[in-house]
Design a protein around this ligand. Structure first.
Ligand code: HEM
Length: 201
């Protein structure tokens, strides 16, 4: 299960900073070289996306069992080995990997990627998946793709993928917070909502 990377989620400066700034900062730090590295390594990784998706989530549930509780379908599964052959987990892993594919495709149009990631964060508010878990996914992705890239894996490749995940998860967090504030506003201030028109005149 072991995979020696310097933890994405564990970086205190990343966790504590305002993540809107963190996302903008990460975007600024995603250099042209890093964008190229991500695109090149993705060409190899994409042949195995179903496998990576499963490995990533089984590892996530092993290392952070609290994440499993968020998934209605998996929360009662005790034997994680069984999940390796689960059609549902495969489908879920593929949805997440397709998002990563879209992210890679939008590396030259970062504002479009930003909008997508913010929307994804908003939908995660409704899935009850809080931002404190998002960083774990990047860390598990890195562990899952390392053996696929074999000797093509370098410190630069790791840093480039970490930066992309920090960028995406920072924006997801922003979307989650925006949606949570919007829902609080809707719940707390019914008086501020426009009066319903009485059409029964
Ligand atoms: C980098 C981090 C993550 C990415 C890129 C990601 C991406 C996605 C995507 C693309 C979907 C498909 C539905 C949609 O587009 O709204 C999805 C669904 C979902 N995600 Fe995430 N996710 C991440 C982290 C997490 C974490 C950490 C959890 C839970 C702890 C989680 C829980 C869920 C749930 C419950 C669903 C709905 C069920 C489903 O579609 O199978 N996600 N996620």
């Amino acid at each position: 299960m072991g995979c020696a990377i310097s933890g994405l989620a564990a970086k205190p400066e990343f966790a504590e900073r305002n993540l809107e700034d963190a996302a903008a900062g990460a975007a600024a730090r995603l250099s042209d070289d890093q964008i190229q590295i991500i695109k090149d390594s993705w060409k190899v990784i994409r042949d195995d996306i179903a496998k990576v998706g499963i490995i990533m989530f089984v590892r996530l549930f092993e290392t952070h069992p609290e994440c499993k509780d968020v998934f209605f379908l998996f929360r009662d599964v005790e034997d994680l080995e069984r999940l390796r052959t689960s059609r549902e987990l495969r489908a879920h892993g593929l949805r997440v990997m397709s998002f990563i594919e879209k992210s890679v495709a939008r590396l030259d149009q970062l504002e479009r990627l930003e909008a997508l990631a913010v929307e994804l964060g908003k939908s995660h508010y409704h899935y009850n998946a809080p931002p404190k878990y998002y960083g774990y996914v990047g860390a598990e992705f890195i562990c899952a793709v390392q053996p696929i890239l074999k000797d093509r894996w370098t410190a630069e490749v790791e840093e480039a993928w970490k930066t992309l995940f920090q960028f995406v998860t920072g924006l997801m967090r922003q979307g989650y917070l925006e949606e949570s504030a919007r829902q609080r506003h809707l719940a707390l201030s019914p008086k501020e909502r426009p009066e319903k028109k009485n059409t029964a005149l």
